[in-house]
Design a binder for this molecule. Structure first.
Ligand SMILES: [Zn+2]
Ligand SMILES: [Zn+2]
Length: 348
């Protein structure tokens, strides 16, 4: 079996039935799978998805304090900007375009580290990156870890049920996982450590980085605007971390073909360009499936792409030394039909 088909831990209900059709589990089956795979007492190798949801639980008290103690229109605005635009755009810049698609390169590990730590540490890179390669390899097909055709809960709880790497990879396949992660700077387990922990990341390092990241940002927010701002932005990060899980279901049309002529040009899957994720995070998802390696996804005039603006800004600073931009290829191929142009590679 190809690496891409066996790198993720299959759910107990399987990806497809004997006829090769997508398995659409009942919500109760999905929830049962979710709690089973979060149980670290049953299997220590469940630690990474558990850790990811544990961080969200840790953000709940901030949300309660925000609503009942620190709520004001000013704080609501700050929370909106942080939770929607900054966290959203950072997810696109870091997890999506850099860690997964390598759409641009940093000058050195220092600037990579700064970009990685620019927002609250919540989503583990390995859960996002490896499964996202699988998503592109079999979008809307059985095996797609957040296949919108299997329903909302299938996608919403995918980071536990479908996205973690398999626990029984052979050494050669684990080495391929390491290759897919090496450029992110996240230090990986040896094969022996992987066999013990079931993950690429080591829990001690992951917990250490998480605590330092949150301590830094709480202090920074406190110094910027006092305890009210710190609590409000932590609450906003929690709302983002839950809300972002709805994206994959929405971004593939709820499993229905919602592509529109003149807006969605990629015909290979059901991905769609949506105004809101596009405007706040640069996720023009149909464009992205058309040109997954491009550091820019907003191709049309109205398609604001803040993630691209940030990458360009780093390029002008000399911190990003090269990127790929497929805008001109998109325009010649789909808008002003003509000979297809090669992507623009800017390198300093
Ligand atoms: Zn997609
Ligand atoms: Zn992608």
């Amino acid at each position: 079996m190809a690496f891409i088909n066996e790198v993720l831990q299959p759910p107990s209900y399987g990806w497809k039935n004997n006829q090769g059709e997508l398995v659409r589990p009942a919500t109760s089956e999905i929830l049962k799978e979710f709690f089973t795979r979060l149980n670290i007492f049953r299997d220590r190798k469940n630690w990474l998805p558990f850790f990811s949801w544990f961080k969200i639980i840790c953000l709940v008290p901030f949300l309660v304090l925000f609503i009942f103690k620190f709520f004001s229109l000013y704080m609501l605005l700050a929370a909106f900007i942080y939770g929607m635009i900054i966290m959203g755009t950072h997810g696109t810049v870091w997890h999506h375009r850099y860690c997964t698609h390598r759409a641009y390169r940093f000058k050195n590990p220092f600037w990579r580290f700064i970009t990685q730590q620019l927002t609250l540490n919540i989503i583990p890179e390995e859960i996002y990156v490896i499964s996202h390669h699988v998503h592109h390899a079999c979008s809307d097909q059985p095996g797609d870890p957040y296949n919108a055709g299997a329903g909302f809960w299938y996608c919403f709880l995918a980071d536990v049920n479908h996205q973690p790497i398999a626990k029984n990879l052979c050494e050669a396949n684990y080495n391929r996982v390491k290759q897919l992660m090496a450029h992110t700077g996240v230090k990986g387990n040896t094969y022996k450590q992987y066999q013990f922990w079931g993950s690429y990341a080591h829990p001690m390092r992951a917990i250490g980085i998480w605590l330092l990241n949150w301590a830094f940002w709480f202090t920074a927010f406190y110094l910027m605007g006092g305890i009210a701002l710190a609590v409000s932005l932590f609450a906003a990060a929690g709302i983002w971390a839950v809300g972002v899980r709805t994206f994959n279901y929405d971004g593939h049309g709820h499993g229905k073909d919602k592509r529109r002529e003149g807006i969605d040009y990629n015909e290979k899957d059901k991905s769609i360009n949506q105004l809101w994720p596009g405007l706040v995070a640069g996720e023009w998802h149909n464009n992205h499936h058309l040109y997954p390696k491009s550091a820019r996804s907003g191709f049309k005039r109205y398609q604001l792409d803040l993630a691209w603006q940030y990458i360009r800004f780093l390029y002008r600073l000399g911190v990003v030394i090269s990127y790929r931009d497929d805008k001109s290829s998109f325009l010649t191929k789909y808008i002003n039909v003509g000979p297809v142009l090669a992507p623009v590679h800017e390198t300093t």
